[in-house]
Design a protein around this ligand. Structure first.
Ligand SMILES: Nc1ncnc2c1ncn2[C@@H]1O[C@H](COP(=O)(O)OP(=O)(O)OP(=O)(O)O)[C@@H](O)[C@H]1O
Ligand SMILES: [Mg+2]
Length: 229
């Protein structure tokens, strides 16, 4: 579902990613780990076409997204759910409005909107907060809204760059377990994190970057010593 082939990304002549080859299958769940500056966010930005590689291919569902025309990028983004460290919720909109925004932008109407938003809020266990505003919610609840918003359109791929960076350890674990449950429903999930406790608790696939290089890729992995800062 996700594939990088010989991907290099340079910023002003300095490599942020060097010769990355990576494949993540349909419904797979993987962590992307590595110290600050390793290239995790750069790799994520390549996957949602916020950036293009200096060379190499980035494929989502078999489509080389480096070749998309600007007008095709919204189509790609509809197939991706993106979860951010700082949630990026609209502060003056309710939880319901934040989650339904994308559906309304896509022209979904009436009962369909209500049904799909309610279903997404159920997945994250926030049905009772539909009318709340973001500043009335805890950080963990805000991130659950961010996840509901990311999955409301049923994307095949969910990308989360440091989704628990602003949360305490227990809440972080709950958020990642929620993302793991979402992957069990058939969504491909890639999570970048620094959090050794989470990675070591879940024992899932761990892809490690360091200095822009992919240094290890293990199933049922732990946070490797080498990948630490
Ligand atoms: N827009 C940019 N312009 C120039 N250099 C950049 C840019 N974005 C990232 N870099 C550089 O690319 C490298 C990788 O950065 P990246 O943000 O991908 O790391 P990261 O693994 O996400 O780190 P962190 O854990 O701190 O979020 C770093 O050396 C960074 O300084
Ligand atoms: Mg980052």
């Amino acid at each position: 579902m996700i594939r990088l082939q010989n991907v290099n990304k340079d910023y002003v002549g300095r490599p942020a990613l060097a010769n990355i080859n990576l494949q993540i299958g349909l419904g797979e769940f993987a962590f992307l780990v590595g110290p600050s500056g390793a290239g995790k966010s750069t790799l994520m930005r390549l996957l949602y076409r916020e950036e293009v590689p200096t060379s190499g291919k980035v494929l989502i569902g078999g489509v080389d997204i480096t070749r998309l025309e600007p007008r095709q990028i919204p189509l790609l983004r509809r197939r991706l759910g993106i979860v951010f460290q700082d949630y990026k919720l609209l502060p003056r909109q309710t939880v319901f409005e934040n989650v339904s925004y994308i559906l309304r932008a896509l022209g979904v109407e009436g009962d369909q909107v209500i049904r799909r938003v309610t279903s997404a809020l159920c997945v994250v266990n926030l049905e009772d907060k539909a009318d709340a505003y973001p500043d009335e919610l805890s950080g963990g609840e805000q991130q659950r809204v961010g996840i509901a918003r990311a999955i409301v359109n049923g994307p095949p791929v969910l990308l989360a760059d440091e989704p628990t960076g602003n949360l305490d350890p227990q809440t972080s674990l709950e958020i990642v377990q929620l993302l793991e449950r979402i992957s069990q429903r058939g969504t491909t999930v890639l999570i970048s994190t620094h959090d050794q406790f989470i990675v070591n608790s879940l024992r899932r696939r761990v892809v490690s970057l360091k200095g822009g290089q992919l240094i290890s890729d293990v199933d049922s992995g732990v946070y490797e010593m080498e990948a630490r800062a």
